[in-house]
Write a protein that binds this ligand. Structure first.
Ligand code: SAH
Length: 349
């Protein structure tokens, strides 16, 4: 088995080079090549032929292949479906904003969390991604599009905090000055609410933005749409958010998918206000994206606006998420799901 070189930190690569009798300087050269998207050691022309041969025998360089590329005609959003080295597929979405180009990346193949409105979880978890496979989504989106990526959101397929150590390593890689050098303040991580992992993340005191998929203000409602709520209920989750804020001083972003007749009443807005009291928060209202396999529907535009107004009047900042890529199956997991259905005739779920 060859070692997955792109999952290694610069320090680890330096230690390997020293052990091979090479200078640490070589590690820096190799690391730079890898983080610019080199797919073979033969491209690394500033290394000797002997060293390139040795590296090729020891290490593997991951490189996903594009199997689908869909571009929105409306807003330039591009959705990639990548095939990984073992044949599994994951999605990445490139979004263009006035402040820069942002990629939404996947952290797992499939998802174990079982949220009833989400396409990513329909077939369960297949496997967790490796650090290199998360980094590749950023590198190869940048190479394919020719657009520099300045922002990353971990909101694609999978639950990032279920793949905690890999995600921490990925953050170290993209943040490294010799690599893409993307600032933590330009990175958002979204979780369905794995409380022990939120507390573990708080200890790291990173400057990233934590997004919490709340989607309901009561256990009664949240239990019906998010199985994770049976393990960590709303109160436990919001207490963890308070602890996270106390440790990091970073305002938390709450995602709230507006689902018709499920979580969109005025009582829900009022209860949400009560529960968020004293917690510096931003609520992101997302009109539900319809998923073919789910009976749930989005709330009307008027209901979303009324909900937003109630939150704002109660002193909580609330925005309605602009839907990008609405014409290209751009919500979580839909492209992979539709591709696999077409390829295999059906998907186990
Ligand atoms: N597992 C993580 C991150 C991935 S999902 C999490 O749960 O936060 C990114 C966001 O999209 C989450 O807030 C998720 O709840 C939301 N989402 C999933 N399916 C959706 C749908 N059909 N419509 C609107 N939002 C959806």
């Amino acid at each position: 088995m060859k070692t997955d070189i792109k999952s290694m930190t610069l320090e680890e690569l330096q230690a390997d080079m020293r052990a091979m009798g090479q200078s640490a300087f070589r590690a820096g050269q190799i690391y730079t090549w890898l983080h610019r998207g080199a797919t073979s050691f033969w491209e690394m022309t500033n290394l000797s032929k002997e060293l390139r041969e040795t590296l090729d025998q020891r290490y593997e360089i991951t490189a996903p292949k594009v199997v689908r590329r869909q571009e929105s005609k409306k807003d330039g959003t591009v959705k990639y479906l990548w095939r990984l080295s073992d044949g599994n597929c994951v999605e990445t979405v490139l979004m263009r904003y006035h402040y820069g180009n942002s990629v939404c990346i996947s952290s797992e193949v499939g998802c174990p969390m079982g949220c009833s409105f989400c396409a990513s979880t329909l077939g369960g978890l297949v496997r967790r991604l490796r650090p290199s496979e998360m980094l590749d989504q950023v590198l190869f989106t940048q190479l394919d599009s020719g657009l520099p990526i300045s922002h990353i959101v971990l909101m694609g397929i999978g639950e990032p905090l279920d793949n905690f150590d890999t995600v921490m390593r990925f953050l170290e890689l993209v943040n490294s000055p010799q690599g893409l050098n993307i600032s933590m303040r330009h990175i958002s991580l979204s979780t369905c609410g794995l409380v022990p992992k939120i507390l573990k993340l708080a200890e790291k005191k990173l400057q990233l933005t934590l997004s919490v998929s709340l989607h309901a203000p009561s256990d009664e409602i949240r239990n019906t749409i998010m199985p994770v709520n049976r393990a960590y209920n709303v109160e436990t989750l919001l207490n963890a958010c308070r602890a996270y804020y106390a440790a990091t001083n970073r305002r938390i972003s709450f995602e709230y998918a507006m689902i018709r007749d499920v979580n969109d009443s005025e009582d829900c807005a009022r209860l949400l206000l009560r529960r968020l009291k004293g917690l510096p928060a931003h609520v992101n209202l997302i009109p539900l994206n319809e998923v073919a396999e789910s009976p749930l529907h989005p709330s009307s535009r008027q209901t979303v606006q009324r909900f937003q107004k109630l939150l704002e009047e109660g002193g909580v900042t609330a925005t309605v998420r602009r839907t990008l890529g609405g014409d290209i199956d751009a919500s979580c997991g839909q492209l992979r799901r539709n591709f696999e259905k077409a390829e295999k005739g059906s998907v186990s779920s």
